[in-house]
Structures are given as C-alpha cells and as structure tokens.
Ligand binder design. Sequence first.
Ligand code: 0O2
Length: 221
Amino acid sequence: QAAVVPRDLPEELRQLMLLSKFAIDEVMTKVSILRDELFFSRGHNPIEHVSSRLKSPASIAEKAQRKGVPLTRDGLRDHVRDIAGVRVTCGFVSDIHRVRDMILRQRDLTVIEERDYIAAPKANGYKSLHLIVQVPVFLSDRVEDVVVEIQLRTIAMDFWASLEHKIYYKFDGEVPRHLTDSLKLAADVAWSLDTSMERIHDELHGPLDGVPAASPGEVAA
Ligand code: 0O2
C-alpha cells in the first residue's frame, strides 16, 4: 500500500518511492501469473518463492552518498537501481535461466542490464542472477517507466546470501577473515548441493522436465 512510503520525505524521493512501490506490484503480478500458470499447466514449478522489498529511505540515502549522487530522481536513476526489488527463488539453477527467459520475453519489460553472478560469482562467493528491468506504471494522467531489480537465485544461494548479509551488517562490512573464509567455503558447498540436486532431478525427470523453451510470444496451453 502507498502507506509504506513515509510522508515526511523530500517530494521527489517520495514520488520515486511511490512509483517504485507500484513497479514492484506490476512485477510481482507478472511473476505470480507465471508461477500460477506453470503450476496449473506443467508438472514442475520452477518458482519456489517470490518476495519483494522497497529500499528504505535511509538505505537509499546511504547508497546515494556512497556513489556521490544527489537524492533526486535523475541522480538516483543510474546509480541506485535497486529501490524496487523483487526476489525470485527457484529450485534448480536451470530453473533460474528458464524464469529469466520468461521474464525477458515479456514485451512491456525492458532489460537495462543483466548481472550474472552465477556465471561470474563475487569474490565472497555471492551467486545470483540480477535483471535490472524497466516497467511501465500506468498512472491517472501519465505512464512512467520505473526501474526494478529482479534477483533470481536457488534456495541454497538464498540461504547463503541471507546469512552473509546479516554477517556483513553485523560487522559493518569489516568481516573477520575466518568468517569470510568460512562463508566462501559454504558458498562452494551450496554450489555443490545445487549441482548435485540438479543432476538427481535430471536423472528422474529429464533435463527439460516438461517445461519447453518457449518461442517468443508463446503462451503455454
Ligand atoms: P539490500 O538490503 O538487499 O537492499 P554497484 O555499486 O552498482 O556495482 P549495487 O548497486 O550494489 O552495485 O548492485 P548489486 O551488486 O547488483 O547489488 C544489489 C543487491 O544485490 C544488494 O542490495 C543485495 O541485495 C544483493 N547483493 C549484491 N552483492 C551481494 C553480496 O555480496 N552478498 C549479499 N548477501 N547480497 C548481495 P543491498 O543494498 O546491498 O542490500
């Protein structure tokens, strides 16, 4: 609801947060439709869980300051692109790519950037696929294109990332060496789990599992 956007913010930031909240609603609807459609029409649902978050004003301000940009819509547009965030958790790594392809085929979504931290994980072990997309939001008197960051990850990657995130904030970014080493090791174990589970799953159901790589514009029957 609009109530999640505080009233006492500079007007431009308040407007941007409100638009970001609407953009989250748009993307959540899209992902929910995919999830329900796949649930009803296919044997295997690639989407396990979907969540969203609107970045807090304090977190937006901190990031803007770190990047040296003003708290204006223009200032934030290119440098703080995760004000609206949607996280899609999938069962298997191949599901991530399947859902990514489905999202990319949506005609009203424009992908601005794709960051594949699965193909190229961060040094700390972080893995996820990030899609920075632009979605049209239809208002009473105009249409606004709003940026949303969609993060796609497996359950194991999500488990790892949430613990790493807590540790990172607990130590204010200065995580002791033994913990960063343990986290890196845990990321490798999580990856090994993901690849083993995928192999077992493929052996049982075959690699495509009844979810074909649809051609552009195709709607599953
Ligand atoms: P929160 O609490 O989720 O909002 P850039 O400076 O543009 O290169 P930027 O904008 O931080 O980098 O983009 P990036 O790397 O895609 O990260 C955006 C979000 O991805 C983060 O938002 C996290 O949610 C997640 N993320 C990225 N790297 C890591 C990581 O190493 N560990 C974990 N746990 N999450 C990560 P916030 O604002 O950091 O956090």
